[in-house]
Design a protein around this ligand. Structure first.
Ligand SMILES: C[S@@+](CC[C@H](N)C(=O)[O-])C[C@H]1O[C@@H](n2cnc3c(N)ncnc32)[C@H](O)[C@@H]1O
Length: 333
């Protein structure tokens, strides 16, 4: 659906509008699942990653522990529980900030993380040292799509549930190698702005940000827009706000943005080896002890789903943006 006046709506505006409706009206977890919802061990080991990174940064006190797009608050709740158990000085130094635009999801997060302070954007998170976590946040931000046509380019718009292409100045199109007739080139301007703002902060105030999301290691051409409803792919244009719209994250492009702001970048690495290096399977085995055989098998199955290449272990990547010359970070050395 378009805005209703039959005018073409640029894809990023359509996607931003559709996702704003979607996240305010739906329980997104009926339509898809995410790593923290698959296993509590995911959030626990990300919490321990944050604790070790805090030590690496010189134990700043206070420090903001920020999560962007926290969903139900599961990752942060699991992370805080693990941190309280094993690193009480980090636990005492941290202040939790959640960047979330959906009132519905803020309410769910308040149940699990009542001590948090909420923000519409990173801009209002207090300045100072920061550890930021973002799992499947960047993939929900709206993309633009350009199509190679002859010697020039068009941009994709939406009108009455259909695609239209309008001519666009080549200067708007990000440079990509080997774009041939019909190739689609994507750019995620809000993701670039977000990573750029994070990079400026960690350069100025010290800090580190961990991005976990799905996408290729190198910038690629192709249409990666997808819509999920009830865990099934649907037409992204059918009804704005009725499905979750996401697109692949271009890690190489975002790494270049962060480096351009003076920050260091570690990774991206595949999620499977990252989680395995942080002890996913050992921690899951410990958690399984004393459980029924069926419960233990379900825990191990969940861990495999997060780490196996054919499941989430390869397509999902992990990348950190940190202060210049920051020491090696766990799992990303
Ligand atoms: C795919 S969900 C991921 C949830 C969670 N990180 C997880 O792993 O379960 C995307 C999250 O980003 C939030 N979000 C989407 N666009 C946003 C924006 N522009 N600013 C802040 N949060 C946003 C959604 O409301 C939701 O919490």
């Amino acid at each position: 659906m378009t805005v209703g006046d039959g005018q073409p709506e640029r894809l990023d505006r359509f996607m931003g509008r559709a996702n704003a409706i979607y996240y305010s009206m739906h329980d997104p977890f009926a339509d898809f699942t995410t790593s923290p919802e698959i296993s509590q061990v995911f959030g626990e080991i990300i919490g321990l990653w944050a604790a070790v990174s805090w030590q690496v940064l010189g134990r700043p006190d206070p420090v903001s522990l920020v999560e962007a797009g926290p969903g139900r608050g599961t990752l942060m709740a699991d992370a805080l529980r693990a941190v309280r158990r094993v690193m009480s000085d980090f636990s005492a130094a941290l202040q939790v900030h959640l960047v979330e635009t959906s009132p519905r999801l803020r309410a769910a997060q308040a149940v699990r993380v009542p001590e948090a302070t909420w923000h519409d954007s990173l801009a209002s998170v207090p300045t100072g040292p920061m550890i930021l976590l973002a799992n499947e946040f960047l993939d929900a931000l709206p993309i633009r799509q350009f199509v190679r046509r002859g010697a020039g380019w068009t941009e994709r718009f939406v009108v009455d549930g259909e695609w239209v292409e309008l001519a666009v100045d080549a200067a708007e199109v990000p440079p990509r190698r080997a774009a041939s007739e019909g190739d689609v080139v994507e750019v995620n301007e809000p993701a670039r702005a977000f990573v750029g703002a994070v990079a400026e902060r960690v350069v100025r105030d010290a800090g580190v940000a961990l991005f976990l999301d799905y996408g290729p290691e190198r910038s690629a051409v192709g249409d990666s827009l997808q819509a999920l409803a009830r865990k099934r792919p649907v037409d992204p244009l059918v009804q704005a706000g009725s499905a979750d719209l996401t697109a692949h994250v271009d890690f190489a492009d975002l790494a270049a943005v962060a480096r351009g702001a003076g920050a260091d970048v570690r990774g991206p690495v595949a999620q499977g080896p990252f989680l395995a290096a942080l002890g996913l399977f050992q921690r899951t085995e410990r958690l399984a002890q004393g459980r029924t055989a069926a419960e233990a098998a379900a825990l191990m199955e969940a861990a495999r789903r997060l780490a196996e290449p054919a499941a989430m272990g390869h397509l999902f990547k992990v990348m950190a943006v940190c202060s210049p010359s920051c020491p090696p970070l766990p799992g990303l050395a």
